[in-house]
Design a protein around this ligand. Structure first.
Ligand code: CP
Length: 330
């Protein structure tokens, strides 16, 4: 059974194949490639882009999508082995997931981090339960550890702008009102490394990405000729970059370094002045949604650098490619 819930399911070669297919199908519409196919979509958390782009991918190419919002019209799902189910989770994934496989040709799941720390996020308990019990291929629509379709869309956006992914890119931490999961920065790092980019990751002390994710990215960079630099100096990271990705994420729970409170880090919010330190051709990307003038300044989002809407469109293009790839193999 092939699944796609993490970049390691594809590896650098698979990432290139998906990007190539997505770019081709962006130019030449592929036709009714999903006729009579059903995608079952299971949301534990909200979405705008992910839900709309996956549904659109199925509907535009002859297929169908069933959308379930866990706990809102469906039973709440238990994923823990051996749990005494005396709380509000009325159905176990051991039954619920294979049942869905009797109706759908593949399942897509969104399940955010539960905020229990980097070590728990590394085990990705809910999406891995779906992998374990599903009888049909499973796609990630973001999990505790990764948001792999976002990473693919990010790199497609860079590739179509610069003609290559082997360019200097900056992933910079940005402020927020609350600690956010690391799935998006993890996926940008992993996918960019799998594409051979020169990646600068800038963040305040105490906001390090998890060591397991960093080690995986290093392995991809070694295989693809990429490079990864970590720094607490945002200006140095921005210098000469062809793409700037700003994203809020929460403090590290594995580095042992005490993080400064986010309220003290407002200067990390990218502004036009920050983007002027990047290369003249630099683009700005962000997964969205974005909190304006807290995480990213209006002058960036409304400025000449911004490709955030193109990037969101590219979710649709990369997802057509991954859905088709899994359906072709199953
Ligand atoms: N980027 C992204 O996944 O957006 P949504 O949370 O709206 O799906």
């Amino acid at each position: 059974m092939k699944h796609f819930t993490r970049i390691s399911d594809l590896g650098p070669e698979g990432v290139q194949q998906i990007l190539a297919k997505a770019a081709t199908w962006k130019r030449e519409r592929p036709g009714a490639i999903f006729t009579d196919r059903i995608l079952g979509m299971v949301f534990f958390n909200p979405s705008l882009r992910t839900r709309a782009s996956f549904e659109a991918a199925m509907l535009r190419h002859g297929g169908h999508a069933i959308v379930l919002e866990v706990g809102a019209g469906t039973w709440k799902l238990e994923d823990r082995d051996g749990a005494v189910m005396n709380g509000d989770r009325a159905e176990h994934v051991r039954e619920g997931v294979p049942v869905l496989g009797r109706y759908a040709d593949l399942l897509a799941v969104r399940t955010f981090s539960g905020g229990e720390g980097d070590a728990v996020d590394e085990t990705d308990p809910v999406i891995n339960a779906f992998r374990r019990f599903s009888t049909v291929p499973v796609l990630s629509m973001e999990s505790a550890r990764e948001h792999p379709h976002q990473g693919l869309a990010d790199l497609l956006t860079i590739q179509e702008t610069h003609g290559s992914t082997k360019v200097p890119v900056t992933l910079t931490w940005a402020p927020h009102i609350k600690p956010l999961p690391k799935a998006v920065p993890n996926s940008f790092l992993l996918t960019a490394a799998a594409c051979g980019a020169d990646i600068r990751v800038a963040h305040p002390k105490g906001y390090e990405l998890a060591p397991e994710v960093r080690a995986e990215a290093e392995a991809y960079a070694a295989a693809t000729g990429g490079k990864i630099t970590y720094t607490n100096d945002q200006d140095a990271a921005l210098e000469g970059s062809a793409a700037v990705y700003a994203k809020a994420w929460g403090p590290s729970t594995s580095s042992g370094i005490e993080a400064a409170p986010m309220a003290d880090l407002a200067a990390w919010m990218p502004t036009a002045a920050h983007l002027q330190k990047a290369s003249r051709e630099a683009i700005f990307i962000h997964c969205l949604p974005v909190r304006r003038n807290l995480e990213v300044h209006d002058s960036v989002l409304d400025g000449p650098w911004s490709r955030v809407v193109d990037e969101a469109e590219n979710r649709f293009h990369v997802q057509r490619a991954t859905i088709h790839s899994l359906l072709s193999q199953s």
